[in-house]
Design a protein around this ligand. Structure first.
Ligand SMILES: [Zn+2]
Length: 168
């Protein structure tokens, strides 16, 4: 099966077993909700046929953050299967970007308004982590780090320490 380049929302389920039965194509996912969102069950987007569980419930161990904008899903941090196919990818606004030894897929264009907001947020003195900036702006961390990279290319920011950015 081919790798998926986007996820597909197949609704919600109360149980993981029910979610697993519903997913078919690579990238299909079901949100498991019991009182609150508990996790995402996804058919592995690389097409290996296995399923990936993305925990969203902090009570249940390490959890991912889920962002929804419109109906589109973003997940932070990356999903990295530590067994089987070892797929490693990020999800931003329903799109899947693959990470790997050949480097991450090139990022999408970010909106100019976000790049501007990030620039306004940076200062000349204290390097800020992109997660901190994302939390302040209510933005998706991946898009903030892409905005930082765009500012770096434009000579308006630099990254003195991995993930930390300062205005130039
Ligand atoms: Zn896989």
């Amino acid at each position: 099966m081919r790798r998926a380049d986007a996820v597909r929302n197949l609704g919600t389920a109360a149980r993981y077993s029910e979610a697993m039965q519903r997913i078919k194509q690579p990238g299909d996912y079901v949100l498991v909700v019991r009182g609150m969102p508990r996790g995402i069950v996804m058919s592995c987007p690389d097409g290996c046929g296995e399923h990936v569980v993305i925990n969203l419930d902090r009570q249940g161990g390490p959890a991912w953050r889920r962002y929804t904008s419109g109906d589109k899903l973003s997940i932070y941090p990356s999903v990295w299967r530590d067994n089987g196919c070892r797929a490693h990818f990020i999800i931003v606004r329903d799109r899947i970007y693959w990470c790997g030894s050949d480097g991450a897929d090139s990022p999408a264009q970010v909106e100019k308004s976000l790049v501007f907001a990030v620039l306004e947020h940076l200062n000349h003195v204290t390097p800020l982590h992109y997660e901190t900036i994302a939390a302040s702006l209510g933005a998706i961390p991946w898009e903030v780090v892409w905005a930082c990279a765009a500012l770096e290319r434009a000579g308006q920011a630099s990254e003195p320490k991995r993930g930390y950015f300062i205005r130039r």
